[in-house]
Design a protein around this ligand. Structure first.
Ligand SMILES: [Zn+2]
Length: 260
């Protein structure tokens, strides 16, 4: 397979960050590119990357927290103004489809103005999506479970959050997005991974590292690193090196590209 890479447009942890952008990751498997999440300022970072506006084949929104979807509208306005032509499917939690379509209309990004066909589809657990040469499988995470328990009676949403397994040729890559506990990763770890892109914010770091120790993972890229761990990176790196001595681990930075 030709080049496989991930471009980390934003590696922040969901808190306002002065030194990190919000979640957005562009996976490239040869000729196929998939953007996971659209945290802001993705439209600016995307322009700065110099990539074609037709480069992205599909967009996945893992859940509807603003640090994952807050840049979506400006990205679409950019796709309109920069005259994207390739059809685009956006896959997201079902609850988001109608409100996002409505807000696109209200912001005058009408389908009639676009030079490309824009389609929305609901993510479904374990239903494989085929995008070019890539197979993408969404799995549920418990990231929003506590909020579901506290608020679902008053706000009857689905409270869905997803992680993703991406497979192309012999490559297997897992993207945790936001999880609730390390065990959420289990369906992603059923077979050996070339790369695990994993958040480090919503649980005790030691618990996650213990959970991953000894797993057949060629490399781990940590993103969405919690504020305290980010502020003391030498300590965090020492902890990771101590508890995961056999797996090469890297901490992702904004706009960095990593090959796998
Ligand atoms: Zn979140």
């Amino acid at each position: 397979m030709a080049e496989c890479s991930i471009r980390c447009f934003g590696v922040g942890d969901g808190w306002p960050c002065a030194d990190r952008h919000h979640s957005s990751f562009l996976y490239r498997f040869g000729e196929t590119s998939v953007l996971i999440d659209c945290g802001e300022p993705i439209s600016s970072s995307y322009k700065a990357s110099g990539l074609s506006y037709d480069a992205i084949d599909q967009i996945l929104l893992s859940h509807l927290h603003s640090d994952h979807v807050g840049g979506f509208f400006m990205l679409m306005q950019g796709f309109w103004l920069e005259a994207r032509t390739k059809p685009l499917t956006v896959s997201l939690p079902k609850d988001g489809i109608k409100p996002i379509q409505r807000l696109l209309e209200l912001s005058t990004v009408f389908p009639e103005l676009l030079d490309f066909k824009l389609k929305f589809e609901a993510l479904k657990v374990a239903r494989v999506m085929e995008v070019g040469e890539v197979k993408i499988t969404p799995f549920p995470t418990t990231h929003l479970e506590q909020l579901r328990h506290a608020f679902q009676k008053r706000y009857p949403h689905r409270f869905e959050a997803f992680s993703f397994l991406l497979e192309a040729g012999k490559k297997r890559v897992a993207h945790s997005a936001d999880i609730g506990k390390p065990e959420d990763l289990e369906p992603l770890l059923k077979k050996p991974l070339d790369l695990l892109v994993c958040e480090l914010a919503h649980f005790q770091v030691e618990d996650l590292l213990a959970y991953l120790a000894g797993r057949p993972i060629k490399q781990i890229l940590f993103m969405h690193v919690g504020r305290a761990q980010w502020a003391n990176m030498p300590k965090t790196k020492r902890l990771v090196a101590k508890l995961l001595p056999d797996i090469p681990c890297t901490f992702a930075g904004d706009n960095e590209v990593y090959r796998f």
